[in-house]
Design a protein around this ligand. Structure first.
Ligand code: NDP
Length: 246
């Protein structure tokens, strides 16, 4: 149990990659604080972790676009466990669409969740981490934060932003004891694509579906465990995980 006694906030823990990260961290003995909007899903996960894993789980219903919700998340964690050691800024939405289709509300939603959500997470944890001279901020970007494809312009813009934030934070915090990791997954099986409404994008996805075996959420969770279980002097800054092509 490499994370016994550690307290870790996981945003977007109600499904997919966030859920898998929470499970893997709890298996390593961490106390995980599960954050997302779908409280029932979080409660089910918490019950399963409290029954079966080595760490404990706490549920805090959270909308990452709301600064006050993220502040409350940290407060609840501190009230229950006394401190916060790590945050996994994982919550995200991928509303792919072609720019010509002018889905301006979806653009705004991606900016709010994917960028402001991460900023709210940093805002909520950093003062305490600086005081305790230790901590770990893990931001989930994407390979779409390394390359842009048709329909990913806005999503990619948000994920490039997450990477830029990770890179800046890493440089600013390198002498403070606070470590920063940016994780960039390739295609992972999850609910992420369920919310896409652009018909042209959905068609494009159908054509591509057979050319690739997607990663599983657990494949990303293992890379998070790797990054956060290194010795104190090791700062794993960037992890990119892509599926093999068929
Ligand atoms: P899912 O759709 O399964 O999970 C997304 C999570 O984000 C859910 O738990 C959802 O919870 C949460 N979320 C969305 N909006 C909010 C909000 N406003 N406040 C709080 N939580 C929110 O997708 P994945 O697990 O695949 O995605 C997780 C991360 O991984 C995202 O950042 C995504 O961009 C990134 N990623 C995913 C890839 C993939 O192929 N799947 C590839 C590269 C990166 P709820 O709805 O309950 O609030």
């Amino acid at each position: 149990m490499k994370l016994e006694g550690k307290v870790v906030l996981v945003t977007g823990a109600s499904s997919g990659i966030g859920e898998a990260i929470a499970r893997h961290l709890a298996d390593e003995g961490a106390n995980v604080v599960l954050a997302a909007r779908r409280e029932e899903k979080l409660t089910d996960l918490a019950q399963s972790l409290n029954d079966q894993s080595n760490g404990k789980a706490l549920v805090v219903k959270t909308d990452v676009t709301k600064k006050e919700d993220m502040e409350n998340l940290v407060q609840q964690a501190k009230d229950t466990y006394g401190k916060v050691d790590m945050i996994i800024n994982n919550a995200g939405v991928m509303l792919l669409s072609f720019m010509k289709n002018d889905e301006v509300d979806q653009w705004t939603q991606m900016v709010d969740v994917n960028i402001n959500g991460v900023l709210h997470g940093v805002h909520a944890v950093l003062p305490d981490m600086l005081k305790q001279e230790s901590g770990h901020i893990v931001n989930v970007s994407s390979v779409a934060g390394h390359e842009v494809f048709p329909s990913s312009s806005v999503y990619s813009a948000t994920k490039y932003a997450v990477r830029a934030l990770s890179m800046g934070l890493e440089k600013e915090l390198s002498k403070t004891g606070v470590r920063v990791t940016n994780i960039s997954p390739g295609a992972v099986e999850s609910e992420l694509t369920n919310h896409i409404t652009d018909d042209e994008v959905l068609e494009m996805f159908k054509d591509r579906a057979s050319s690739m075996k997607k990663l599983q959420a657990e494949d990303i969770a293992r890379s998070v465990v790797y990054a956060v279980t290194q010795p104190d002097y090791v700062n794993v800054n960037e992890v990119v995980v892509r599926p093999m092509q068929k």
